[in-house]
Design a protein around this ligand. Structure first.
Ligand code: PHE
Length: 341
């Protein structure tokens, strides 16, 4: 009688497995028959009601039924998996003959790199040689040799990233002037594009930014040469009609020192929000190299004169493109960067 019951359960189970078409249904069947409260399990539990003599026989029936059902479930699971896999492969098939929707999207240089390259190219055409210098610098090259006194505020921790007492992240590419003048005899005509670092961070300042230093040392250079070089640069980089204005300024390493303004590229000098209604935009610092700097580098200041300038690359980009927030250039937002291609 028990055997008939087991056979009945087994038959019902096999029928359900046969009709099942997905893994959820198979799982439900497993629980229904083989689970802790499953029908086959229930028969096994009832074994204790049978006599000791009958138990082995009943145990065998139940075990056989269980094994059979498990085997058939495993087969069914495999065949369902196989069908799913086949379906997925069919769906994922690639048609290599299809043409791409908008062609290939090609990467581009960051606008700051483009600007740096443009500026560098203009000076190369004017006969300047490109030089490089270290970003980790001795305070001697960044300050002392540039005639910057020991108590100058730019040497403070709040204005300079120090690595140790006399090592720092250079705050200006002017440090390269010293390297060049100590290793090369005049005439010198170099530019040095490079990264500089200062502890500033807001819409118009970044802790890392780029400068392009320019230096000319020769027997006859004057402030007038500085002006014509920068006028030529402004004409080629901004526009034919861009004007250059010098305002007196102060840098310890140049005398006289000037702040160089450009007529506003956006309004042409009439006054707008970019130039704060003044018609002029400040672009760079420059001047005639201080005799102390020439002498410190072993150049006879009674024989030679120098002119120098330091262009802010981010500033130049902001002026050229009318950008108010420098961070847009660093954010790597592809929608913004794409506009400068
Ligand atoms: N080094 C100066 C700065 O970072 C710019 C400068 C360069 C001024 C060369 C004069 C001569 O502000």
């Amino acid at each position: 009688m028990l055997k008939a019951k087991i056979d009945g359960i087994q038959e019902a189970c096999l029928l359900e497995i046969n009709n099942a078409s997905d893994l959820q249904q198979i799982n439900a069947i497993k629980i229904k028959y083989l689970g802790r409260n499953g029908e086959i399990t229930a028969v096994l539990k009832s074994i204790k009601e049978a006599s000791v003599a009958e138990r082995p026989q009943i145990g065998k029936w139940v075990n056989d039924a269980q094994k059979l059902v498990e085997g058939i479930i495993a087969d069914k699971e495999n065949s369902i998996q196989e069908i799913l896999k086949q379906k997925r492969t069919e769906e994922e098939t690639l048609d290599v003959t299809l043409s791409l929707p908008q062609g290939r999207s090609i990467g581009a240089l960051n606008p700051l790199t483009l600007i740096k390259n443009d500026i560098t190219d203009i000076f190369i055409r004017m006969g300047f040689e490109v030089k490089d210098g270290p970003e980790i610098e001795f305070e001697y090259y960044n300050f002392t040799a540039l005639n910057i006194p020991k108590d100058h505020p730019s040497r403070n921790n709040s204005d300079t990233f120090y690595i140790s007492d006399n090592l720092l992240l250079r705050t200006q590419t002017s440090a390269v002037q010293v390297h060049v003048m100590k290793s090369q005899r005049p005439p010198i005509r170099i530019i040095c594009p490079g990264k500089v670092y200062r502890p500033d961070d807001d819409a118009t300042h970044s802790p890392m930014f780029q400068q392009i230093e320019g230096l000319v040392v020769d027997t006859t250079v004057t402030l007038r040469d500085l002006k014509s070089i920068l006028e030529e640069f402004a004409r080629l980089f901004f526009s034919e009609t861009t004007k250059v204005r010098f305002r007196p300024s102060y840098f310890p390493f140049t005398e006289p020192s000037v702040e160089v303004d450009l007529s506003c590229n956006k309004c042409g000098g009439a006054g707008c929000n970019l130039c704060k209604s003044t018609g002029w935009i400040e672009l760079l610092g420059a001047g005639v190299v201080h005799p102390n700097v020439l002498e410190e580098c072993g150049i006879d200041s009674s024989k030679y004169k120098g002119i120098a300038f330091g262009i802010g690359v981010e500033r130049a980009a902001m002026i050229k493109y009318g950008i108010h927030d420098m961070r847009l250039l660093f954010d790597n937002d592809i929608r913004i960067l794409k506009q400068f291609k």
